[in-house]
Ligand binder design. Structure first.
Ligand code: SF4
Length: 468
């Protein structure tokens, strides 16, 4: 069986060593928490952390009293950083990967907070397999082909560097998306520009999943299509299909783990469980979750959608008094920290429980031989950390550690901004031809922010795609 964590209103029960490790981290050492809190109060820094930080970091962050701490998806991280800066945070520490800290920097700059430093907690580059896929010659060739097709627009996944976004914008009009707004971004773009070709990238699974979703709706009814997006009909959705293009070589190495063998085991042994899967998972897992969603037994979407779904499952179990829900978690396992917090809120005062199932091997823990990080989630090889089983933890996200966070905050407290120069995220001064990468690269992010605010494609974007 896959390991699992049973969440009750005030206790956790781990089944399997992988789950035990997650559960241990969720009860952090009170001295460590006090020390972190003191550093945050002393520096008045804010922290925005991604849901995929490991349970050790999230466990500690959940206990600190300092007001400027937030764990979120990549879109909300930038929004919360702006909110913290407007309420007086003196610096923003980003716990995530490099495209996230760039995004926070660019969003703060656009919101008028260029003087608030943004800090990472690693001096080394923190990559991402998707971001790297978009830095290849084949992605550039994909964009060049798109730029030669009349009325083309590019929907770029947020998991890409500023340089990639700038190059894309230099070739064709581009708008950034996240997993929480990608469906509406594509549909609204097509509703505003019915002739447009939509080129999506770099996440291949997400592109194929979007196409599969549109195909399912294109075979439904006008009412169902309008419920998905009021500006569309069966006819307009069907006309989108041949104009929707996906890059074929971009994969998140974590979500890639939820392959066919996982799907087979879930179908065989977990047919009664709820299923929560990320939009980045391979097609088999996506179809399984989409079918579960149609039966009211699952969700497929962003990390925030997954969190809300599991909180809802906990609330309905609590309503039944002593109900029990089993939920398979089809995304990075670091999410469990936020899941535990929100599920326990929903379960408060009841005898109900929610069991989170990790589709990984039970022995999915490896001694790394590294003095700083002696044990890492995921086995060295074998089923637990392969396309057959999935260790479901992101090695890039795990380059952030609690010790490194303490170190950066201590330097900031003791030496001010001069002490954290090497951790500072700076707007790039590089240029593409005569145009600045900072300006070109943020244009697609600013468009996304406007779309988020108004629900409409920015008019300058429509003009750029369709011609004045
Ligand atoms: S989980 Fe890791 S590899 Fe996958 S998209 Fe996120 S940062 Fe990139």
């Amino acid at each position: 069986v896959f390991p699992s964590l049973v969440i009750r209103s005030s206790s956790l029960e781990a089944r399997g060593s992988f789950a035990e490790a997650q559960a241990t981290f969720l009860s952090p050492d009170p001295d460590e928490v006090r020390a972190l809190d003191a550093l945050l109060q002393g520096t008045n820094a804010g922290i925005v952390a991604h849901f995929y930080m490991d349970a050790e970091i999230q466990g500690a962050l959940s206990q600190v009293k300092h007001p400027f701490v937030h764990v979120a998806d990549s879109l909300q991280m930038a929004e919360r950083a702006v909110d913290m800066a407007s309420r007086g945070a003196k610096a923003i520490v980003v716990l995530g990967v490099d495209f996230m800290s760039e995004n926070v920097r660019a969003t703060l700059d656009a919101a008028g907070f260029a003087s608030v430093p943004v800090l990472r907690v690693a001096e080394k580059h923190i990559g991402c397999s998707l971001a790297e896929a978009a830095e290849t010659a084949s992605y550039e060739a994909y964009l060049r082909k798109a730029s030669q097709t009349p009325h083309s627009l590019h929907v770029i996944y947020v998991n890409t560097s500023l340089r990639t976004k700038a190059l894309a914008e230099s070739l064709l009009p581009t708008i950034t998306c996240t997993s929480s707004n990608v469906v509406q971004t594509v549909l609204e773009a097509r509703a505003a520009m019915p002739e447009a070709h939509v080129w999506f990238g770099p996440d291949t699974y997400m592109g194929h999943n979007l196409e599969a979703l549109f195909r399912v709706h294109a075979a439904s009814t006008n009412e169902q299509v309008r419920a998905l997006h009021p500006g569309h009909s069966l006819e307009s959705l069907r006309s989108l299909l041949p104009c929707f293009h996906t890059f074929e070589e971009g994969v998140c190495i974590v979500h890639h783990m939820f392959g066919d063998r996982v799907v087979e085991r879930l179908e065989r042994d977990y047919g009664d469980a709820l299923l929560a899967a990320h939009f980045e998972v391979p097609g088999g897992m996506f179809r399984l979750a989409l079918a579960a969603q149609a039966r009211g037994r699952g969700v497929v979407g962003s990390t925030s959608n997954i969190l809300a779904f599991i909180e809802g499952a906990a609330a309905s179990a609590a309503k039944r008094g002593d109900g029990h829900e089993r939920v398979v978690l089809g995304t990075e396992s670091g999410m469990v920290a936020s899941i535990v917090r929100s599920a326990q809120r929903a379960l408060a005062g009841s005898g109900a429980s929610v069991e989170i199932v990790f589709p990984v091997a039970e022995e999915a823990i490896t001694a790394s031989g590294d003095a700083l990080l002696p044990v890492i989630p995921g086995p060295a090889d074998g089923e637990g950390c392969s396309t057959e089983g999935g260790c479901a933890t992101c090695p890039f996200m795990k380059m952030n550690s609690l010790g490194a966070l303490d170190d950066v905050l201590s330097r900031l407290r003791d030496h001010g901004e001069a002490g954290v120069e090497s951790f500072r995220v700076r707007p790039t001064a590089d240029a593409l031809g005569t145009q600045s990468i900072a300006e070109l690269g943020t244009r697609s992010i600013v468009r996304m922010r406007e779309f988020q605010k108004t629900g409409r494609m920015p008019s300058e974007f429509v003009r750029a795609v369709m011609g004045a």
